[in-house]
Design a protein around this ligand. Structure first.
Ligand code: PMP
Length: 399
């Protein structure tokens, strides 16, 4: 017998999602009866609003939804997405410039597939969401990390981007509000970066999935609104998951110039065809229905944000930049490293996160999942009592 041919080298190089891994470990411990409090999940803890669920229930009874529909999405949903894009990103688009995807994640994947050629360098501001480097690699691109620390509120500057640019640079990833840091670029910072990208003929993939979750009067101005000239070289990624507590429904979308969207739509027609029609109808209700429930979620997140920042800041050695968006805090914990805790010296945030789970039964995601060591990501999308209890445990552990 001859040895079996090898598995895909490309896929063998892809790592399992670190955030899903920590979350799964926390859930397994919980199932085993341990009182684990998890700050690991990247999803709202609220139920999807009733009127959205009702729209889906109605759609289940409509035989029109039992068949294939256009790969790029239901026309009526694409119209609603065009209206939302105008409303929130200040960009006028035709529904033909939109592809509805299976969550924002598929939009991210397809965006890189659409604009990256083998060997292209993609500038990736770090800390970054774990999926980007893998999606870039799957498109045969080369991620080039550009790191911004807590001292600069985790936001890169034009100077840093320019220092990382080479003649192979073709794409910039721009995410505001950011996962994992919650940072929001100011309109001026956004414009400066957008103008720089325009000047150098660089594509921008802008992930706006947290654009409606902003606080203290901040507005995450879309990079295409700040620099309208970028419209023919920008792909916007978005979805209903975070704003409407709809992570499980799996509806996202990509918006971009017609030629790029046409390529993405062809890819999707072979990959997955149309997104589940019931979920598309639910997304339509979310985007075109009343927005007050989404606003209620945002206000709850805002309250928890202030709570977690205040309480975490009380721990000596933890620096907590105040996030203005999303539902994450990203403390710099380098002040806790290299020191002895309960007889153990912890040198990396990975070791620190393990130690916290073992000793305090609190799940957090280490910075290593998003770039350099020295940070932890805590999602505050959990109930107030749990939120406080978990931080109390950390305060005791590092007293
Ligand atoms: N972009 C960012 C920055 C995210 O944090 C997430 C979810 N973690 C997504 C995209 C994808 O969201 P979904 O696929 O659930 O719509």
């Amino acid at each position: 017998m001859t040895e079996r041919a090898p598995l895909s080298r490309k896929l063998s190089a892809i790592a399992e999602s670190a955030t899903l891994k920590v979350d799964a470990k926390a859930k397994a411990l919980k199932a085993a009866g341990r009182p684990v409090i998890s700050y690991a999940a990247g999803e709202p803890d609220f139920a999807t609003p009733e009127f959205i669920v009702d729209a889906a229930a109605q759609a289940v009874r409509d035989p029109a939804n039992y068949r294939y529909t256009p790969a790029a999405g239901l026309p009526v949903l694409r119209e609603a997405i065009a209206a939302k894009t105008m409303r929130d990103s200040g960009l006028e688009v035709n529904p033909a410039q939109i592809v509805v995807t299976n969550g924002g994640k598929q939009a991210v994947y397809q965006a890189f597939q659409t604009v990256v050629n083998p060997g292209d360098e993609v500038l990736l501001p770090a800390p970054f969401w774990t999926t980007y480097p893998e999606a870039i690699a799957l498109a045969d691109g080369v991620p080039v990390e550009v790191f911004a620390g807590a001292d600069q509120d985790y936001k890169v500057t034009v100077e840093q981007l320019d220092a990382a640019r080479t003649e192979r640079t073709t794409v910039l990833v721009f995410v505001s509000p950011s996962n994992p840091t919650g940072s929001v670029y100011t309109p001026e910072e956004t414009r400066a970066i957008g103008e720089w990208a325009l000047e150098h003929g660089i594509w921008v993939i802008t992930d706006e999935i947290y654009q409606n979750l902003v606080y203290e009067g901040a507005r995450a101005v879309s990079i295409v609104e700040a620099v309208p000239g970028l419209a023919d070289r920008t792909i916007l990624v978005n979805g209903v998951a975070k704003t409407y507590a709809m992570t499980g429904w799996r509806v996202g979308w990509m918006v971009g110039p017609r030629d790029a969207i046409s390529l993405a739509s062809n890819l999707q027609s072979h990959l997955s065809s149309n997104v589940n029609n019931i979920a598309q109808r639910a997304a339509l209700a979310a985007l075109s229905g009343p927005q007050h429930e989404a606003e209620k979620f945002r206000l709850a997140f805002d309250r928890r944000r202030r709570l977690i920042v205040d309480e975490l800041s009380k721990i000596d050695g933890v620096v907590v930049p105040v996030p203005l968006g999303a539902f994450y805090v990203y403390p710099d914990v380098t002040g806790l490293l290299g020191r002895e805790w309960r007889g153990r010296t912890l040198n990396t945030s990975l070791e620190l996160a393990d130690f916290i789970l073992e000793e305090a039964e609190v799940a957090v995601v280490p910075g290593e999942a998003f770039g350099p060591s020295g940070y932890l990501r805590l999602s505050y999308a959990l109930g107030d009592d749990q939120l406080l209890e978990g931080i109390r445990r950390l305060q005791q552990l590092f007293a």
